[in-house]
Design a binder for this molecule. Structure first.
Ligand SMILES: *Cc1c(COP(=O)(O)O)cnc(C)c1O
Length: 320
């Protein structure tokens, strides 16, 4: 398990690397919903997502433990974050990506001086390869969510929310493997258990919702098919799942069309560049049974890395 103390320690350790991101407010959405609608802007975070928080905490600890090399298996935000922090610390890094990774993502990793290796198309292809490269180079493999240092790093988002927002009532958090929500839950519930924290995942990747219902880790859905590419994990983590079981108020599943609408709304009205995975929090605020009227609501905008040339396929009309 991870404690509030671990998160406070992580915050000190990562303070010089990360941005303390601002809280944004939408008066239009506040009027529409009758809630005070706030947004934690991790899409404006270094490397474009909150993943830099956990990655930085883990890589600094690995360096202290003597790691001479860092690897990760991800073509997305985690891969970029690990490449960035390894480069900052002057540690060589290899990021193993799928053979069909988009060029923009591969280039982002290379821009941070990360070495890119290609392996298969599934995480079952990538992870063993990344672990093997770590072993051969006296290094450490950095997982995307299932490690106490990662969860503690992501938990700093929750810490900042409690400090930046007075009287927060409800927080909506995107859920993939559960590192972000597990960290936020630990921070918030240990500070004030009255604050409601809801996880959100696409119906097409509803492994966490099914696992919570069944009371054990399950694989579910067709995660490859959701537009929310940061949430395409097929099961919650061994470390993160018990934290969710202990603390989470509920897990909300959202429809793809509603995610498109929420994302488009943020572009059009708030002028913010977010990725589909980040839009699921607002999607839940707008479409779930959770009563937010009269409440102060924080929607976590988890990242902003989206291929601009794909926006045409993602955005929809928000007015009739
Ligand atoms: C990784 C990621 C998530 C999900 O985080 P987990 O810790 O895997 O639950 C959500 N949004 C974005 C933008 C991400 O990159």
């Amino acid at each position: 398990m991870v404690s509030l103390e671990d998160i406070l320690r992580a915050r000190e350790q990562i303070a010089e690397t990360i941005h303390k991101t601002r809280i944004l407010r939408s008066s239009q959405l506040s009027e529409m919903t009758g809630a005070n609608m706030l947004f934690k802007s991790e899409h404006l975070q270094k490397t474009g997502s909150f993943k830099i928080r956990g990655a930085t905490n883990r890589v600094i600890n690995a360096e202290k433990e003597g790691a001479k090399y860092i690897t990760a298996a991800s073509s997305g935000n985690h891969g970029q974050a690990v490449a960035y922090i390894a480069n900052q610390l002057g540690i060589p890094a290899t990021i193993v990506v799928p053979t069909d990774a988009t060029e923009s993502k591969v280039n982002a990793i290379r821009n941070y001086n990360g070495k890119v290796e290609f392996a298969g198309t599934t995480s079952a292809d990538r992870i063993p390869k990344a672990k093997e490269i770590a072993k051969d180079n006296d290094g450490v493999f950095v997982p995307p969510y299932d490690h106490p240092d990662i969860v503690a790093g992501q938990g700093t988002v929750g810490l900042e929310i409690t400090e930046q927002v007075q009287d927060v009532d409800v927080v909506f958090v995107p859920v993939g493997g559960g590192g972000l929500v597990a960290g936020i839950l630990t921070a918030i519930k240990e500070i004030n258990p009255d604050i409601k924290v809801y996880g959100v995942e696409p119906k097409l990747a509803n492994d966490t919702a099914v696992s919570l219902q069944e009371g054990k880790i399950m694989t579910a859905g067709n995660p490859a098919n959701t537009i929310a590419d940061g949430l395409r994990t097929d099961q919650p983590g061994d470390l993160t799942f018990p934290i969710l079981q202990k603390y989470i108020d509920d897990l909300i599943v959202v429809k793809e069309d509603d995610v498109r609408f929420a994302m488009s709304f943020v572009y059009e009205r708030m002028k913010q560049v977010i990725e589909p995975s980040a839009a699921v929090s607002l999607t839940a605020a707008l479409n779930s049974d959770v009563d937010i009227k009269g409440k102060t609501v924080v929607n976590v905008l988890s990242g902003g890395n989206v291929d601009l040339f794909k926006l045409n396929d993602l955005l929809v009309k928000t007015t009739k």
